[in-house]
Write a protein that binds this ligand. Structure first.
Ligand SMILES: C[S@@+](CC[C@H](N)C(=O)[O-])C[C@H]1O[C@@H](n2cnc3c(N)ncnc32)[C@H](O)[C@@H]1O
Length: 383
């Protein structure tokens, strides 16, 4: 049992500085309980002395986090997805969204019968086997890929890890809203596909009939192909800096028997150039990578969001639409709105917010952990 200096907030993360004492010789990581200064039980969680998040709460009061609790948590998460319209019957969904599902530091995405697990806490290494067994048993899946990436390894003071079950394919074909995509497990970003944008891709399909569309930071073609195949867009241009992602986007276009133009370029430079030439699009989707990853790039990252949005607004035709996104958990929704407002003023454009839906519903957010609401998505009409 570890003891804390003060009674903590209900946030699932307890920082190092709040820990008063720990049992001598306690290994890191470990699954342990915590008490406040008056001995009140706070629950069980993952202890890791090497991480700034020294304790991640998994239960409350005197509840233990044993195998039965793990199975129950997975069942709760699975039942939520089964109840969400269009999620469980689709080819791919997020099955566990960390704190939003009460399983801090654990991401699980399902692609047909393949599960991709991302550990953001070293604690999950302790439970890898029972976790996989419980997931496959509940979901009827067969294959898995487990990742603890280099960034997490650095933050958690452990080695990076990647485990593939026997027979897990390198690529898999999925279908979403009638659009076919190949998911590349070996070199793809995130768990292979941006499942969090599923509902925004669907909304896009109803807004792009006969439109010219720019998909800025297009990755494997998600938005642009939805616009072409399911939305009846007239023309799609996708821009990305990652050649591997663009190759996948091109092969996804082929798979759907449509033509899109894909450009290997920095979105900042490309949109600046297009804006300078007076080129505009009816609909622009701007879904950049995480530009504010932490305290160190807070200032620079905010400036980059403002610049990028300003450049994107310059290439939206009068009366056109801009879907602008931020996946930086460290940037709160209100701050993002303020940056976009600043960009609109600089671009000399009036903007109306049409919708602000965020991530798809299989990415639930813990009220006590605002960082888990990482994806902000603003649909704007620009005059
Ligand atoms: C959040 S992902 C986009 C996901 C995509 N919208 C989807 O639905 O699949 C961000 C993408 O931005 C790309 N990227 C990063 N920096 C970039 C830059 N400066 N210019 C263009 N693309 C960039 C990454 O390669 C990545 O594919």
């Amino acid at each position: 049992m570890i003891s804390l200096r003060t009674h903590p907030s209900p946030h699932p993360f307890v920082r190092k500085g709040l820990v008063a004492e720990r049992p001598p010789g306690l290994a890191s990581p470990a699954l342990v309980g915590a008490v406040d200064p008056v001995g009140e039980h706070l629950g069980e969680g993952f202890w890791n002395e090497r991480s700034d998040i020294a304790w991640r709460r998994l239960t409350r009061a005197d509840e233990v986090f044993d195998e039965a609790a793990l199975v129950a948590a997975i069942d709760r998460a699975a039942r939520l997805r089964e109840a969400l319209p269009g999620v469980a019957e689709g080819d791919a969904c997020r099955v566990v969204h960390a704190e939003g599902d009460g399983l801090s530091g654990l991401i699980v995405d399902r692609y047909k019968d393949v599960l991709v697990l991302q550990f953001h806490s070293a604690g999950w290494l302790l439970l890898e086997q029972p976790l996989l067994a419980a997931l496959h048993a509940r979901l009827g899946t067969r294959h898995h890929r487990v990742i603890l990436d280099e960034r997490t390894a650095r933050l958690e003071g452990v080695r990076p890890r990647e485990v593939l079950s026997q027979g897990v394919p390198e690529r898999l074909r999925i279908s979403e809203h009638g659009v076919r995509y190949q998911v590349d497990f070996s070199s793809g970003h995130k768990t292979g596909f941006f499942l969090d944008q599923r509902e925004n891709r669907l909304l896009l399909t109803s807004l792009v009939q006969d439109a010219t569309v720019l998909d800025a930071c297009c990755y494997s073609g998600g938005f642009g192909l939805a616009a072409l195949v399911a939305g009846g867009a007239a023309e799609v241009t996708g821009v990305d800096l990652d050649e591997g992602a663009l190759a996948l986007a091109k092969s996804n276009a082929k798979l759907n028997q449509v033509r899109a133009k894909y450009v290997h370029a920095d979105a900042f430079d490309w949109m600046r150039q297009m804006g300078g030439q007076g080129r505009q699009f009816d609909v622009v989707v701007l879904d950049p990578p995480k530009l504010v990853a932490g305290k160190r790039d807070e200032f620079d990252g905010r400036r980059r969001y403002a610049d990028l949005n300003r450049l994107a607004m310059d290439v939206v035709a009068p009366g056109g639409l801009l879907l602008t996104c931020s996946c930086s958990g460290a940037l709160q929704r209100g701050e993002f709105l303020e940056l976009v407002r600043t960009a609109a003023r600089k671009a000399g454009r009036d903007a109306t917010i049409l919708a602000d839906p965020g991530a798809a519903a299989d990415h639930p957010v813990s009220l006590e952990c605002p960082e888990s609401e990482y994806l902000k998505t603003l649909w704007l009409r620009l005059t």
